[in-house]
Ligand binder design. Structure first.
Ligand SMILES: *[C@@H]1O[C@H](CO)[C@@H](O)[C@H](O)[C@H]1NC(C)=O
Ligand SMILES: *[C@@H]1O[C@H](CO)[C@@H](O)[C@H](O)[C@H]1NC(C)=O
Length: 102
């Protein structure tokens, strides 16, 4: 059971739709629109959801949340690697073990 659930996740994860917010952050609005339709169905108001995402991203930027992000390189740098693995794996191992599904 310890490996079954994580293995199932690994198999299906690549087929999950990308986050429309992530696409919008990258300036890929056409892909964001496709992701919204995949997530919410063809009847959803795509323009309204795009506007909401755009407004929220602008607010986050205005508050400075978008600027002060660290890079993947810094997280996995030699200096910070151990801290990253200890903090992330320590927490995630519980979830990867499948305990929450039991
Ligand atoms: C390690 O993380 C700190 C933030 O906690 C950052 O300021 C620093 O640049 C990182 N080290 C490297 C080598 O990127
Ligand atoms: C583990 O899963 C639970 C339930 O889905 C969630 O509430 C919790 O935030 C997760 N823990 C971590 C460290 O991601």
């Amino acid at each position: 059971m310890t490996f079954l659930i994580p293995t199932l996740f690994l198999i299906v994860l690549p087929f999950f739709p990308e986050s429309p917010v992530w696409y919008m952050k990258k300036g890929r609005e056409a892909d964001a629109r496709k992701a919204i339709i995949r997530l919410f169905g063809p009847d959803t108001n795509v323009d309204e959801r795009i506007d909401i995402i755009r407004t929220e991203l602008q607010q986050a930027e205005a508050e400075g949340n978008g600027k002060d992000q660290t890079s993947w390189k810094a997280i996995f740098s030699k200096e910070n690697r151990t801290r990253t693995f200890v903090s992330v794996l320590g927490l995630q191992v519980q979830n990867f073990s499948g305990g929450y599904f039991g």
